[in-house]
Design a protein around this ligand. Structure first.
Ligand code: ATP
Length: 249
């Protein structure tokens, strides 16, 4: 449903995306992977019109590259950036209400997936844990109809138990709407993704079935710089460079 072809973008004189080409199926989770700094976030931002880019991006055959971001969001591309962007000074209910763009927002789905958002409706979002803020960020997208969700590192910095909770919720969300997921935690990728696209130095270095990537330790190591052993152990056990990541609960 999403087709990205020859996407090219520059940031401050650096050629960050150098002809990225891949597709996203209309169901399930496609993981966008790669070592730090290879251009995963930039790819999402280019698709969404936040980063000027050349090439072609189509959604269900409709060209969207270069359209303003708000138009793409209205057309059904939902985005959860890495920093989640919840309004810290507003309550959970206010954060949700602000996101509504349709007359009949789907609170039933949101509250069935995230019961805590109802019980914490009056709590200021800034006082929520990282995992709860992630729920707000995903929940507010689901109030509106979506054709595709682009979610950037949703488990980054979260405690293992919370990673497992967020992962379980994403699995449920993926049954309703396809997800393009940037994720460093390979246990999460293994649990969620049917397809994987691996970037290296601004290009697609590999794409195929996620199980084929993660089942091949040498390939995983050469493409991602991490081993694939023990992937089933715990949700946070395989993230590279976790020592440099922020602790959060
Ligand atoms: N605003 C910016 N100014 C300068 N350089 C940038 C900016 N944004 C990204 N870059 C550079 O572009 C490259 C790609 O960044 P990007 O965030 O897309 O990578 P990534 O694969 O998502 O990395 P990570 O896994 O660390 O989040 C990196 O080298 C990064 O330093």
């Amino acid at each position: 449903m999403l087709d990205v072809r020859d996407l090219s973008a520059w940031i401050g004189g650096s050629h960050i995306l150098q002809g990225v080409t891949f597709g996203v199926e209309g169901t399930g989770v496609t993981a966008l992977l790669g070592r730090n700094g290879v251009g995963k976030t930039s790819t999402l931002r280019a698709i969404l019109g936040e980063l000027p880019a050349t090439g072609s991006v189509t959604v269900d055959g409709e060209p969207v590259l270069g359209r303003p971001t708000h138009r793409l969001v209205r057309a059904g591309l939902g985005y959860v950036p890495e920093d989640r962007c919840v309004f810290a000074g507003l309550s959970v209910a206010e954060n949700l209400r602000l996101a509504c763009r349709v007359p009949d927002p789907d609170y039933d789905t949101v509250y069935s997936l995230f019961p805590e958002l109802r019980t914490r409706a009056r709590q200021r979002a800034g006082t929520l844990s990282g995992g709860q803020q992630q729920m707000v960020a995903i929940g507010r997208l689901l109030l509106n109809p979506n054709r595709l969700l682009l979610i950037d590192e949703p488990t980054k910095g979260l405690a293992p138990k919370v990673v497992a909770e967020v992962t379980a919720v994403l699995a449920q969300v993926a049954q309703r709407v396809p997800i393009l997921l940037v994720e460093q935690n390979l246990a999460v990728v293994r649990r969620l993704a049917g397809t994987a696209v691996v970037l290296a130095a601004g290009r697609v270095a590999w794409q195929g079935e996620a199980a084929d990537l993660l089942g091949d330790a040498d390939r995983t190591r050469s493409l991602l710089g991490v081993g694939s052993t023990g992937l089933g152990r715990g949700a946070a056990s395989d993230a590279p460079s976790q020592s440099s990541r922020r602790g959060d609960h």
